[in-house]
Ligand binder design. Structure first.
Ligand SMILES: CC(C)(COP(=O)(O)OP(=O)(O)OC[C@H]1O[C@@H](n2cnc3c(N)ncnc32)[C@H](O)[C@@H]1OP(=O)(O)O)[C@@H](O)C(=O)NCCC(=O)NCCS
Length: 226
């Protein structure tokens, strides 16, 4: 797959292509630059490489990257695919995840906060399941029929290349790849304070479907028209 942008203020030689194992180093450093201080970044570049390798190797995973053709630098990436892949990654790498998180837990406040959020999310899920929490209090995102939708997990542009249309190219690449795999809908969630990402999703034809304190869910049809 190869996507080229029509945006006029984009550096001329940027292309978006499927990522391979040989790109993992560049992918991890792009992620670190784009998400400084974020949970996965704090877990370290070894962990990041394992994370993206999982999406590259998994037939249900989507991992595409933007490359500046002039210096061959990886300047953006988008990852996702079949819903549940992130949970599958955590299960596969549970010992590494727990070990790394445990070490970083004592060093980074952000890691403590994120693990706390995961824990609270898990408690709410259990609470809803055993009818301890009314569903309207912390509503889950509306369900889609299984097998019909792809989940966009992460998208980023290196800070040196922002505002040039790279993000929109990546969103388009994800849409095309989702269509190629037979999905009819795409979903994602984003923190409510991430104004740049929210603006980009709206510009790329995505629609907010639910806002809860932990974030907003967006949806877009894979067809050309949102
Ligand atoms: C969100 C992000 C991917 C946007 O990448 P980008 O390459 O700069 O985006 P684009 O240049 O393609 O811009 C697309 C649209 O987004 C909007 N946008 C981008 N950055 C914005 C900003 N800082 N403030 C407001 N709107 C912004 C604009 O509407 C723009 O459309 P326009 O150029 O037609 O006006 C980038 O800011 C980023 O990597 N952020 C950190 C990672 C992140 O938060 N990812 C999302 C959560 S997983």
């Amino acid at each position: 797959m190869s996507v080229s942008s029509k945006s006029s203020n984009k550096p001329p030689s940027v292309t978006v292509v499927a990522a391979g194992r040989e790109d993992l180093e560049g992918i991890a450093s792009c992620h670190e630059a784009a998400f400084p201080g974020e949970f996965l970044t704090l877990l370290g570049s070894g962990f990041l490489r394992a994370f993206y390798r999982f999406y590259i190797d998994n037939p249900d995973g989507i991992c595409v990257m933007a490359i500046d053709g002039e210096n061959k630098r990886i300047i953006g990436l988008v990852a996702g695919g079949k819903p549940g892949l992130r949970a599958a990654f955590t299960r596969r790498h549970i010992l590494r995840f727990l070990g790394t998180s445990f070490c970083k837990f004592f060093i980074h406040r952000r890691v403590r906060r994120r693990l706390g959020e995961h824990f609270v999310g898990l408690l709410r899920k259990i609470g809803r399941k055993i009818h301890l929490i009314p569903p309207e209090k912390y509503p889950p995102a509306p369900e889609e029929p299984s097998g019909t939708w792809s989940n966009l997990l992460s998208v980023c542009t290196h800070p040196d290349y922002r505002g040039c249309g790279v993000g929109k190219m990546l969103m388009e690449a994800f849409r095309i790849e989702s269509g190629r795999r037979g999905y009819s809908t795409m979903r994602l969630s984003v923190h409510n304070d991430n104004d740049a990402a929210i603006a980009m999703y709206k510009k790329s034809g995505w629609t907010p479907i639910l806002t809860v304190p932990s974030g907003t869910y967006f949806k877009r049809s894979v067809g050309n028209e949102p």
